[in-house]
Design a protein around this ligand. Structure first.
Ligand SMILES: Nc1ncnc2c1ncn2[C@@H]1O[C@H](COP(=O)(O)OP(=O)(O)O)[C@@H](O)[C@H]1O
Ligand SMILES: [Mg+2]
Length: 370
């Protein structure tokens, strides 16, 4: 792994009034990557970003940039925000409406006493970078949402910060523009090689944009890892359900294998035994009630009319069919289970009321205590 750009150690932050927004948080943010903090609203993402930026002071803990201590509460060290060389785009990115694009983007340089000629050069180069070359003189009110977003990004990048902090920067954009900006931020990060800490509550944004993800809930870190790892091997049900959809099946442990796998008989489907892995395997014993978790894309839906019982399949009845364009989703009633939401292929439609078989496959079946 690359060396770390930001190191957060045992940081806690309580706001006046008593809300503990961040609890004993430790993070290592590698240099030159996009590192994403994701979690539901109120879990402490913005607070964490503001602690890194120096806009909030923690109650306890240490924050370092590379090997330099920026904050150490026990040692009474606190480096002020304006000398941390961090660029930040807030959720409400608020560019100044009475200024042109050039004045907006050049403002941080003006504050730093940079000469006019140099400001002009830097602004032009940064606008080029965010895809707004030549738009210097445009008044801010005449920009579209996406263009305003780019100006906010340019303003955060113009003084060449070591670290770029982005707090839900796309939340005010419509879905199409959000998809486009996501790709652009990724390309921009590749070009600049800058370290980006990205905050979002959107799991798709987190999965698609990040080199590493930290999932937070109620001020506490849940799991850190690469997107694929978190999606395939979530450490707890919170991470599992936050990062994507899950089909949960009730079952009984029938055997434990030496290799750490657990055989689970699915309730309501006599013939269906699934081989699943647990995050913490020690807890499972034969006869124990468990839940088996499978991602919907790992369950094959087969039309049931006129075929015999396939091996290790779960029989059910289609309650509702939802055509989604790229796929069709089926709500399937299964004996002794909650109704399941399953994906079907576009070329194979099953009518509502039709019989189907569900066949879980793949290596990523997980077992959890019921
Ligand atoms: N300035 C503040 N004063 C008091 N409580 C705050 C303040 N800012 C945030 N909080 C509280 O701290 C918790 C975490 O907030 P925040 O970091 O903004 O979460 P997120 O960005 O994940 O939505 C929430 O309960 C929020 O209400
Ligand atoms: Mg926030």
């Amino acid at each position: 792994m690359a060396s770390s750009m930001v190191h957060v150690e045992h940081v806690t932050k309580t706001y006046p009034g008593g809300t503990q927004a961040v609890r004993d948080l430790s993070l290592e943010i590698p240099e030159g990557e996009i590192f994403t903090l994701v979690g539901p609203s109120g879990c402490g993402k913005t607070t964490t970003l503001r602690l890194i930026a120096g806009l909030e002071e923690p109650d306890a803990g240490v924050i370092s940039f590379r090997d330099r201590r920026i904050v150490d509460i026990a040692q009474r060290i606190f480096v002020r925000a304006n000398v941390r060389n961090v660029g930040m785009v807030f959720q409400s990115y608020a560019i100044w409406p009475h200024m042109t694009v050039e004045e907006n983007v050049g403002y941080p340089l003006k504050l730093r006493g940079v000469s006019r000629g140099r400001i002009r050069e830097q602004v032009a180069a940064t606008l080029q970078l965010v895809g707004m070359a030549g738009m210097e003189k445009r008044p801010a009110p005449l920009l579209s949402g996406g263009q305003q977003q780019r100006v906010a990004l340019a303003r955060a990048l113009v003084y060449e910060p070591d670290l770029l902090l982005l707090d839900e920067p796309f939340s005010n954009l419509d879905a199409k523009l959000r998809d486009q900006m996501r790709v652009e931020v990724k390309l921009l990060q590749h070009r600049l090689g800058i370290t980006v800490v990205f905050v979002t509550h959107d799991q798709v944004e987190a999965l698609s944009l990040s080199d590493h993800i930290a999932v937070m809930n109620l001020g506490e870190l849940q799991q850190v890892g690469k997107p694929e790892l978190l999606y395939q091997h979530p450490a707890n049900p919170f991470v599992r359900d936050f990062l994507g959809k899950t089909i949960l099946l009730r079952g009984l442990v029938s055997a434990r294998g030496a290799d750490g796998q657990v055989a689970v008989g699915v309730r309501g489907a006599d013939d269906c035994v699934l081989f699943a892995r647990g995050y913490d395997i020690r807890g499972f014993t034969p006869g124990q009630e468990v839940n088996v978790a499978i991602r919907p894309e790992d369950v094959e839906l087969v039309a049931g009319e006129g075929i015999g019982t396939p091996t290790s399949a779960i029989g059910g009845t289609v309650e509702a069919r939802l055509f989604m364009g790229e796929r069709t989703e089926y709500r399937v009633a299964v004996p002794d289970q909650e109704p399941l939401l399953v994906y079907g292929r576009r070329e194979q439609m099953v009518d509502e009321g039709g019989q189907v078989w569900l066949r879980p496959h793949g290596q990523n079946i997980a077992v959890w205590p019921a």
